[in-house]
Design a protein around this ligand. Sequence first.
Ligand code: GDP
Length: 444
Amino acid sequence: MAFESLSERLGKAFKNITGKGKLSEKNMNDMLREVRMSLLEADVNYGVVKDFIARVKEKALGTEVMTSLNPGQMVVKIVHDEIVALLGNEEAPINYKKTGITTVMMVGLQGTGKTTAAAKIANVMKKKQSRKPLLVACDVIRPAAIEQLKTLGESIDVEVFSLGVETKALETAQKAMDYAKEQGYDTVVFDTAGRLHIDEELMQELSDIKAFVHPDDILLTVDAMTGQDIVNVASSFHEQLSVTGLVLTKLDGDSRGGGILSVRSITQVPVKFVGLGEKIEDLDVFHPDRMADRILGMGDILSLVEKAQEKMDMEASTKSANRMMSGQFTLSDMLIQYEQIEKMGSLGGMMKLLPGMGQMANQIDEAKADNKLKKSKAIIQSMTPEERENPNILRAGRKNRIAKGSGTTVADVNRCISEYEKMKTVMKQMMSMSKNGKMPNMGA
Ligand code: GDP
């Protein structure tokens, strides 16, 4: 994940000042020097770092901070707020028209993830924003690009308009608008051609489409892995096309993250979405404050909560939780828990979003853990309802049958049962701690 080493370094810089009752100017200056070095090392633009540190310093040396009860925490908060400011403070939604067809033009260099982002965004529009989007294949240079968009469109059940490689991009755009009107689409997303480098011909083609479509949004995809170069690419596109939003892609890679921190403050173009993987659902609306939390290693609890709410079968898990709280934890409940974990993505992926767990997540062998989870699920699914309620009846004969049914071994079945016993014991302990007042009541 981007920002990992930056988070780590910032964490170290803060360690020396948090918890200190009093803060000397020297402590503060040492910390600021560390923050400055961390940002430069993460490849943040020099000018951006200089201004950033100056702003933090001005606020941090204010008397209010120096004399506050916990000056260290106050300083961390100032750094946090300034990072949010760097990232743009507010969320920037799509500029939907009140009436008529909203048009969004995707632009960007080849390979940055433009076509993928077009489909991901159309999917968000359809599923979360109740829009009726049409995707348009205006990248007529590469036949593969049209095919790619069609495949993506099919997977999200969004129609893709294309006239093939024989028709010019501008003409495709014009005909697509006619088609959208006829068919009652309220949103049109244009995937345009990219090149490996910015060139005049490309810019002319994009300008022509822009002049005809008058897009409500021109979204530029920039690849987080390209480092500081993001800023140059974004500036060039912005100069020629007046971009209205950025889509930062490949944030799941291990880029140092500096370009991402610089790009908004230099171009003044807001980041609207972030790409977090190759799959369609790996796209988030960009929240500057949550990104700042992630950069500062505070995890992204809000994103995790949202993810959980979206994907969890709330009814099943509430019922199961209630049963657990009353001390009844059966193998059926364990199955429900496993299914929830699976719906939320991999264990490692979830842990990366939790504060302080990022490091640990890296140590988990994700494939192994996921494989174990799948096996346990298959084993429980091969049991009869009676066996799930009362595993004590499981003798050799039944275990053999279950192993066969689930394509596992008796040893796997035994492991699954012993896992269940362990979980049950932990549940019981938690329940009695909660009853004795040693823990907040989780059943409330
Ligand atoms: P385009 O040439 O700009 O249209 O780029 P594509 O949409 O074809 O994407 C190029 C490659 O990057 C493909 O292999 C995508 O699967 C991949 N890709 C796109 N977005 C992301 C992302 O957010 N994370 C990762 N890891 N890969 C991505």
